[in-house]
Write a protein that binds this ligand. Structure first.
Ligand code: FES
Length: 150
């Protein structure tokens, strides 16, 4: 069976892992891998299956920054903030990108530390595409382009 409903997906993942020792983390990882986040309404089901309190499950989810409780943005933007890019204006680029993405569910902006394009900095990545020598104007053009393709 290939579960399509989110709650069926969560139930299937719990059933697969719940008898393992220390099952909570494998379950949380599997849910996030499958769905991109951990739906808050799955906490009850996880807690019940593992005989834990909701607070214990919630505590683990919030302890690890890796776990997300809201659906991921449609596009992931990574801006390099390492030295070479910083010296070429990545801080200004980051501020510009954060302002542009603010309140948007389409884009999430993350700092990263070296994308391997140091000689053509500042560098950034939109989903799996690398971009070099990114100015705020170039950023706007790239974002508008993917916005029109979506
Ligand atoms: S320092 Fe930015 S790509 Fe290497």
């Amino acid at each position: 069976m290939n579960p399509t409903c989110p709650s069926e997906q969560v139930a299937s993942i719990i059933a697969t892992h719940q008898d393992r020792p220390g099952a909570l983390l494998p379950i949380l990882h599997a849910i996030q891998d499958a769905m991109g986040f951990i739906p808050p309404d799955s906490i009850n089901e996880i807690a019940g299956a593992l005989n834990l309190s909701r607070a214990e499950v919630h505590g683990v989810i919030t302890f690890y920054h890796y776990f997300q409780t809201t659906p991921p943005a449609r596009h992931q933007i990574q801006i390099c903030c390492a030295e070479a890019c910083q010296s070429m204006g990545s801080e200004r680029l980051m501020q510009h990108a954060e302002a542009a993405a603010s309140g948007s569910t389409n884009y999430a902006v993350h700092p990263v530390y070296c994308l391997g394009l140091c000689a053509t900095s500042p560098a950034m990545m939109i989903d799996d595409q690398l971009h070099a020598r990114v100015t705020p104007d170039k950023f706007d053009r790239l974002i508008n382009k993917i916005g029109s393709e979506s």
